[in-house]
Structures are given as structure tokens and as C-alpha cells.
Design a binder for this molecule. Structure first.
Ligand code: 4HQ
Length: 216
């Protein structure tokens, strides 16, 4: 089971204007998220005494990854995602935070979409949540590479055909073809992943084939 609750930070303000931002000490452009409502919201959420992991979404955080999604999906602890707005959040909020996480090197208007991205990636890994029985070996990142191309019926669509190997029924050939396509795609768009990966002798052979065949 998975349960998501949304809390409006303005509900934790103490002033009639429900203000959550203020000018930065030291000057400069933009506004800063004020600490009081965030502390009050976290205090409220901790009232039941249940343990929680407090996660702050921010471009300064640890980059979110599939391995973090897997780890989160296995936790039975609850999570609180603090989603800031404006230029940033008052630094003292970090004293409440267990983990600071980023979904990528870009700046959004707020952390809400980052929290949704994490919730989405974790949800699909929670057993039974989506009623799925996908085997994890089929998933692209568990290969440690980008995904290989997928095809379904019809065999020919607007003159575009399905690679014959996929209808050959030869599972070894199909596996090798998929692995080679995954290596090819990854070499092209994410060479950094190839550098990190532990490549088998077969992978090295497939990479040699790719280089001898193509201009990549
Ligand atoms: N923001 N990964 C600015 C992000 C972000 C990201 C969240 C926008 C924090 C203050 N969060 N607020 N990238 O761009 O997580």
C-alpha cells in the first residue's frame, strides 16, 4: 500500500496574510522561504511519534537515481518531502532534513514536481502497487545501460519493418541483438555510463563490432 498526503505550507503560518517568504539577509534578488511554517509543518507531521525520513528537494541535493528509487521502495519508514519555492529555503530548515535530493541539474519554480518524480519512480517499484509482475531483469536500468529498441505488431508499419532477429525465435540471438543495441545507444548518448559499467567479454566484443560497423 502507498498513501500520499499533501500539506499546504500556508496552513502552518501564524500571520493573517499566510506569508511564507521574506527578503534575503545580505540583499540580492528574489525571496527566501521563511523557516517558521516549515518547522511548524514538520512538528505537526511528527506529532504521532512515527519515524519519518525528511527529504528536502533542491538542486544542491544528491542526484536522484534508480538505485535510490529501489532503496526508497524497500523502506517501511514514511517520507516527508519538503518542496521549496522562490530562490531557496532558509538554511536553518536543513537542521530538520535527513537527506537533500535533486532530480537534475536545472532549476524549477518549486520542488513539487521533483517530489512527484520521486514518488512516481518509487511507486512503480513497490510490490503489488501497480498490480504488475514485471521481472526486474527486463528493466532498462537493471541492465546498467539504456534500453534496447522495442517492437510490437504489425511486422510492417508504413514500410517500416521489425528486425528479423526478433521474430527468429532464437533467444540467444535476440539477447545478443538487444544487448548490442543497448550498448550502441548508450555509447552514443551516454558514454559516461559505459565508462562506469562493468563490461563482460561479450560486451567488449559487441562494442568492437559496433565500432567496426558504424560511424558513431
Ligand atoms: N527546485 N531537484 C527551487 C529544483 C529541484 C531540482 C527545488 C527549484 C527547490 C527552491 N528540486 N526550489 N532540480 O529545481 O529538486
Amino acid at each position: 500500500m502507498l498513501d500520499v498526503k499533501l500539506h499546504n505550507i500556508r496552513d502552518f503560518t501564524l500571520d493573517p496574510h499566510r506569508k511564507v517568504d521574506d527578503y534575503p539577509y545580505g540583499g540580492g534578488a528574489g525571496m527566501v522561504f521563511t523557516p517558521e511554517p516549515v518547522f511548524r509543518a514538520v512538528d505537526f507531521l511528527k506529532e504521532d511519534g512515527e519515524p519519518r525520513k525528511i527529504v528536502l528537494l533542491s538542486p544542491q541535493g544528491r542526484p536522484f537515481s534508480q538505485s535510490m528509487a529501489e532503496a526508497y521502495s524497500k523502506e517501511d519508514e514514511r517520507f516527508v518531502f519538503i518542496c521549496g519555492r522562490y530562490e531557496g529555503i532558509d538554511e536553518r530548515v536543513r537542521t530538520l532534513v535527513d537527506e537533500e535530493v535533486s532530480i537534475g541539474d536545472y532549476v524549477m519554480t518549486g520542488g513539487e514536481l521533483a517530489a512527484l518524480v520521486i514518488i512516481d519512480a518509487v511507486t512503480r517499484l513497490v510490490p503489488g502497487v501497480l498490480g504488475d509482475d514485471r521481472s526486474s531483469e527486463d528493466e532498462s536500468f537493471s541492465w546498467g545501460l539504456l534500453d534496447y529498441p522495442h517492437y510490437t505488431r504489425p511486422r510492417e508499419f508504413r514500410g517500416l519493418t521489425v528486425p528479423p532477429v526478433l521474430v527468429s525465435g532464437n533467444h540467444k540471438d535476440i539477447w545478443n541483438w538487444r544487448r548490442k543495441q543497448a550498448l550502441k545507444k548508450t555509447l552514443k548518448v551516454r558514454p559516461d555510463i559505459i565508462e562506469q559499467a562493468e563490461l563482460s567479454d561479450l560486451d567488449k566484443k559487441l562494442i568492437d563490432e559496433i565500432y567496426s560497423e558504424e560511424d558513431i
